[in-house]
Structures are given as C-alpha cells and as structure tokens.
Design a protein around this ligand. Structure first.
Ligand code: SF4
Ligand code: SF4
Length: 149
C-alpha cells in the first residue's frame, strides 16, 4: 500500500534488471526500515519486534537510529550451506528483495547481487550520451555511474 501511494505521488525512476544468482548475501543481515510511528512508539515497536522474532524468525541484532532501520539475524539462514530452511514460506521482505529498493532515490544493491537497478529511461539517456561527442570509454563509464546498463 505504501509503495502504491508513493507511485501515485511520484513517477517510478528505477526498474530491476538482471537475475538472482542465489548468493544469499541478502540473507546475511536482513534489514527493515520502518516509519516514524513504529520507531517512536515503544509498545508498537516491541510488538512488531516480537512478531519479527516469533513469526519471521528475525532476531534483532541492532537498531540504526540514523536510517530508522532494524538489522536482524535470520534464524532460518544456514550460514554453512547458505540455504534458507523455509524458503517456501519466507517473509514478504525476502520475496520483495531487491524490488523494494527501487523506491529509493538512489538504490544501492549488494555488489555481488545478480540484480541491478536500471533507470526507467535508460535508453533515452544513453542515446543522449552517445550523441554528446564524448569518447566511447567515457560514455560507458558515465552510463555505468548513471545506472543505464
Ligand atoms: S527467511 Fe529465508 S530468504 Fe528470508 S532472510 Fe531468512 S534465510 Fe533468507
Ligand atoms: S543478493 Fe541478489 S543475487 Fe544474491 S540471493 Fe539476494 S537477490 Fe539473489
């Protein structure tokens, strides 16, 4: 619902390209950013954290005040095999990764993630770059920085 609301307020800037390589990097420290209400209301926060621990198997590791995020250790993640023991019933946050990041102004995915964020109008921006007269290597470098790949 929150994402739908954001879509109505501002056009989408990023799309998802690539594919999952099943590296499980995103299972090492699942992180959830929350709204102000949940962050500042102790009872709501405690209930939500209880839910994360009891239902999702997310054990709290730390809270990051700056980003209003909770970092968890997932009890379903086997660090030796790097497998999920409940993949079929994994939480929404896991199903949604990294698509949820596309709502951020500048999505930062893990370096080794097989997905990448790509500008929605990447083809148009690339055409502008290619007509700029810049040397091809500079065009490619800029295209990478601007997430046009
Ligand atoms: S529930 Fe499964 S998919 Fe989600 S973080 Fe844990 S191990 Fe990864
Ligand atoms: S970090 Fe990316 S490639 Fe690796 S498992 Fe997660 S979504 Fe897949």
């Amino acid at each position: 619902m929150a994402r739908g609301g954001r879509r109505l307020r501002q056009p989408r800037r990023w799309q998802l390209a690539g594919a999952c390589r099943a590296c499980a990097r995103c299972c090492e420290a699942p992180t959830i950013q929350v709204g102000r209400v949940l962050w500042y209301l102790p009872r709501l926060r405690a209930t939500w954290l209880w839910w994360q621990r009891s239902v999702n198997g997310f054990a709290l590791v730390r809270a990051d005040r700056e980003t209003r995020s909770f970092v968890f250790d997932c009890t379903h993640f086997d660090r030796t095999t790097r497998r999920c023991d409940s993949y079929g019933s994994r939480p929404g946050i896991c199903r949604d990764y990294p698509r949820a990041l596309l709502d951020q102004p500048w999505p930062e995915l893990f370096d080794d993630c097989g997905f990448r964020a790509r500008a929605v109008d990447a083809d148009r921006q690339r055409a502008v770059l290619e007509q700029s007269g810049l040397p091809p290597d500079q065009v490619e470098a800029l295209a990478r920085k601007m997430k046009l790949d």
